[in-house]
Design a protein around this ligand. Structure first.
Ligand SMILES: [Zn+2]
Length: 331
């Protein structure tokens, strides 16, 4: 081993800049985040928890769906692929009503790919936005049942004693459309793939296909009157504070990346890099500039957020990279 290290030093091989950090150098999940997590038994693989009278969250610890129990049956919001086989069993633990309606918040397979396990339910109404339904018809994916009722804009679903509001304010995450699901009477709101309470958003700003809208979605959420917020991922139930905190994080990302991008001298960095490698590899020269903006931004973001939200050292660089694309080419 010693010989190899000496050899590497002698011939000047350096560790590439993109080398993954060693796994044990990452921060542990913040204790405050762990403390508020819903516990999910490993053997059982799921849990169902009442968050409002007759409104339940189902989770396997990574994905979430919701079941709204009405006098006329259960309205299920999303059917994640990861625990789709347990959905009917979980609901049977809390009610003898059967699932009559399934709502898709958006078309991504991780959130609705478990619908195939509900294919045997007679007359199951499956509701989505029209463009989501068109997309799913085109995909023809056996995991994702095709909706049989679709709408554009907004729909008030009156079911038994509950009124469930489905609204497509903007597409902040998927191309075909994203739904807000709210039960105003219970101050319940479900908005998928924006934030995870206690954590920074998932990679690349929760895989947003539209950063411009993603930046605006927080105010759309805050315009609702709610005290229970379901974000679709991980284990905690959120509230307004979580939305405000993630909004502050995302605004900090935006301002920081914009300031550092606008004040970093691209020509200077490309020139300094060209001194070492010449001018032929234009991609690499430009990438040196982008990487400098990303690294400088990350230092600031890490110092301000590492003790507030979990996952900063896992995903913040991806957030900065996504934000940089927006700031440089769209903003
Ligand atoms: Zn998604």
């Amino acid at each position: 081993m010693k010989k190899i290290i000496i050899l590497i030093v002698l011939i000047g091989i350096s560790v590439p800049a993109f080398a993954q950090k060693s796994l044990d150098s990452y921060h542990s999940v913040l204790q405050s985040t762990l403390d508020r997590s819903i516990k999910v038994s490993h053997e059982k693989g799921y849990t169902i928890k009442e968050v409002k009278p007759n409104i339940y969250v189902l989770t396997d610890g990574i994905w979430q769906s919701a079941a709204i129990v009405t006098l006329d049956g259960v309205v299920l919001i999303d059917a994640p692929e990861s625990f789709g086989q347990n959905i009917e069993k979980a609901i049977a633990e809390v009610t003898d009503k059967r699932i009559t309606t399934l709502v898709y918040t958006h078309g991504h397979s991780d959130h609705i790919g478990g619908s195939k396990y509900l294919a045997n339910i007679e007359n199951l109404e499956i509701i989505s936005l029209t463009k989501v339904a068109d997309f799913l018809r085109e995909q023809n994916d056996p995991r994702r049942l095709i909706p049989n009722r679709s709408f554009e804009g907004a729909l008030v679903l009156k079911k038994g004693n509950k009124q469930i509001y489905l609204s497509n304010h903007m597409n902040y995450h998927s191309n075909e459309g994203d739904l807000f699901v709210s039960v105003p009477e219970d101050k319940f709101l479900m908005v998928i793939d924006v934030l995870a309470p206690g954590y920074v958003p998932f990679k690349n700003l929760d895989l947003s296909n539209n950063v411009h809208n993603y930046l605006k979605v927080f105010d759309q959420i805050l315009a609702y009157d709610f005290d229970v917020f379901i974000g679709g991922h991980l284990t905690a139930i959120g509230d307004k504070e979580d939305v405000l905190q993630t909004k502050a994080y995302v605004e900090d990302l935006y301002k920081t990346v914009k300031r550092i991008h606008n004040s970093t001298n691209m020509i200077e960095i490309m020139g300094a890099t060209a001194q070492k490698i010449g001018w032929d590899n234009k991609y690499l020269l430009f990438d040196a500039f982008l990487n400098k903006v990303i690294e400088d931004s990350y230092k600031e973001i890490e110092s301000r957020w590492i003790d507030k939200l979990a996952g900063v050292d896992v995903f913040s660089k991806s957030h900065i990279s996504t934000m940089l694309n927006y700031v440089r080419w769209d903003d």
